[in-house]
Write a protein that binds this ligand. Structure first.
Ligand code: SF4
Length: 293
């Protein structure tokens, strides 16, 4: 008679503690890379041991903007393009918070593009995770500032022709203190970068390339999400410290990934404090800590 092994005890997925499981299943399509980035984010929270009561996540509009709704943290799903100003207000009101902006390339670099460059210039202490799938996904796959020519999108049926933003170069030039790019394939490196920015003060920016099989890949006949992961694996080259001027993305070209910028400079709050204490001398009194501390 065959003896059956006792049933294995259910093992809880370690990332579940960071998710609002009551909201699962999520809305993301099969093969989409956004969920993979959230998995990395949850593991980074686990690795860096940050106090979860001191983490707030702010998202804008779009498929990536849904992240705020799925994480079991203080989170805010804001209006289109306004995640960064909302996050700036949170940080200034309660400087002890770790404020993470989690949104897509359309939300952050198109309608929110002005906020992106000025937050980097001011060196506001924010952690920005930008999921780049090269289009406005949720609204129907229109081309945006990151669409590489000559990709086909719903608004460029004959192929995009506008030059695309090189996001790492943009935020580097504007003054970000930490800039990295990974893909949804580079889960370990992405998790490490996400961990590092929790120990970094100032404007940090991580771009994550992510498949959108439903819109970008389908329109461009690039296969399923898994085919894009194979493309990421085969075409990515890790160049930590690469000048950001050399990491522009082309359509199906080589992808330069890595940590490009890691530097120090005073953040917005430090500069403001220094200015006010110089100007006001003894009359300058630091605001009391937030009542939520
Ligand atoms: S439309 Fe694209 S980006 Fe949005 S959930 Fe589906 S695969 Fe992901």
């Amino acid at each position: 008679m065959i003896e059956l092994e006792p049933a294995a005890e259910a093992v809880e997925n370690p990332v579940e503690q960071f998710l609002r499981m009551d909201r699962i299943p999520h809305i993301w399509c099969p093969g989409c890379g956004i969920g993979t980035t959230v998995n990395c984010f949850a593991r980074a929270l686990l690795d860096c041991g940050v106090d979860l009561n001191k983490v707030a996540v702010v998202s804008g509009i779009g498929c990536s903007g849904r992240v705020a709704g799925y994480v079991k943290l203080d989170s805010f799903h804001t209006t289109h393009g306004r995640a960064i100003p909302f996050a700036t207000g949170l940080k200034l009101a309660n400087p002890s918070l770790n404020v993470v902006v989690y949104s897509g390339d359309g939300d952050l670099s198109a309608i929110g593009g002005n906020h992106l460059i000025h937050a980097a210039r001011r060196n506001i202490d924010l952690k920005v995770i930008c999921v780049n799938n090269f289009i406005y996904a949720m609204t129907g796959g229109q081309s945006g500032p990151t669409t590489p020519a000559p990709a086909t999108t719903s608004t460029s049926p004959y192929g995009a022709f506008e030059p695309a933003f090189n996001l790492p170069h943009l935020v580097d030039a504007a003054g970000a203190v930490y800039v990295a790019r990974w893909t949804a394939f580079h889960v370990r490196q992405l998790t490490r970068s996400m961990t590092e920015i929790f120990n970094k003060k100032g404007f940090c920016f991580i771009e994550v390339l992510s498949p959108c099989p439903t819109l970008f890949e389908r329109r461009n006949k690039l296969g399923e999400g898994l085919d894009t992961m194979k493309y990421y694996k085969e075409k990515s080259k890790i160049r930590n410290g690469a000048p950001t001027s050399e990491v522009a993305l082309g359509f199906r070209d080589e992808i330069i990934v890595g940590k490009f910028v890691d530097r120090e400079r005073p953040d917005y709050a430090d500069l403001m404090r220094e200015r006010l204490s110089l100007e006001l001398g003894n009359a300058y009194v630091e605001a009391p800590a937030c009542v939520c501390d």
